[in-house]
Design a protein around this ligand. Sequence first.
Ligand code: EPZ
Length: 423
Amino acid sequence: MEEFIINGGNRLYGSVKLQGAKNSILPILAACAATGSVSLLHNCPKLSDVEAAINILRHIGCKVERRGHTVIVDSSNASGYEIPDGLMREMRSSIIFLGALLSRFGKARVTAPGGCEIGLRPIDLHLSALRSMGVNIAETGGMLECVCNASLHGGHITLNFPSVGATENIMLAAMSAKGETVIVNAAREPEIVDLADYLNKCGVTVTGAGQSIIRIEPSGRFFATEHRIIPDRIVASTLMSGVACAGGRICIKEVEKEHLAPIIPIYEAAGCKISFSEREMTVESFGRPRRVRHLRTMPYPGFPTDSQALFMAVVSKASGTSVISENIFENRFRHVPELNKMGADIRVENCCVAVVEGVRNLHGANVTACDLRGGSALAVAAMGAEGQTVLENIYHIDRGCESFETVFESLGADIRRVQRAGE
Ligand code: EPZ
């Protein structure tokens, strides 16, 4: 197993190009399976989750080729509607292939995804929506046996929570449904808008993406499509947390300012100076971060749950007490005991509220990544800590951050990837 060795104390300076968004490329790769055509996708990050999605596409008969950060998918000869357990488990969010398979083949056989490090990750909203579109779903022995009775039909679907994945699965199933599909209380994340942009290019008419009501009107035909994936707003907050923890001034290129609207005021409240020129964002932080009285994670356009751990690393060194409420996932504080090993003073109350008593300095320690964003938070905390940190289980970070150590090393961090001793 690989681990990061990080020696804290170096300020970060320089500029870096922001990678494409993991949470955008994944549903769009699933959508490619439904078109039966060719898609040229640019700005695709090199991530283990993306490779897992490509493996699923190849398994069902798509031709997939990667040329640098461009991925070409030809699904014209796809014929498989089953995703075996091994492939389903490689990627937590593989359930988004369900809607695409139903669109293309009218049936699907996938493993019911289990929980993961951050929560139970139920899919009841996905399944009830698909059933309302005419899909018969039998849950037997951990498998989901799905078949459309007559045909997939549109409908009027109200979500009791603006679930990102459920919104995406409905959009993917609606690509070939008979008649219009209306999603009420849809997720409004930028990744939903990016998926809608891709669908509009390949022949589906999607309106309202980014708002709470989305309408999907299939045309019955799909066209070859070229699309550029949006930048990754959560990796942007990872870089912002790096400079907020270690100090310095960095320029992040190819950001979408609008996508960062929920994040910027919070980092400014913590003492970061942030400025923009076109698609470049300069973030600087010198001195001790300031506490943020109460931060709540919310669906977009609220503060993103994916940035919660990253921001906690910042305020763990703040002057004063910060309270962070995690309102999206029920087990998303697993980085807290690891940060406390580094000298932080954080306590969790009733599973979803963390009280962060800021300390003047963190110190290096042997810590373990428990999930993608928590692991990233430990790495940026280590850059601003005194001494050496060994961070294990960095495969979590490789799921969502491309070349994490190379990016931060280019900004001046003392970080290297090593094979764990004795392995
Ligand atoms: C997506 O997960 C993202 N993953 C997550 O990013 C992100 O944290 C999350 O949206 C929220 O923004 C991808 O896009 C691949 P949800 P998803 O459905 O779709 C409950 C990362 O680090 N829920 O919006 O699974 C669920 O339990 C990852 O990049 C149900 O109850 O999120 C959770 O509490 C982590 N029933 C809440 O909704 C359902 O059927 C939000 O889940 C579905 C969800």
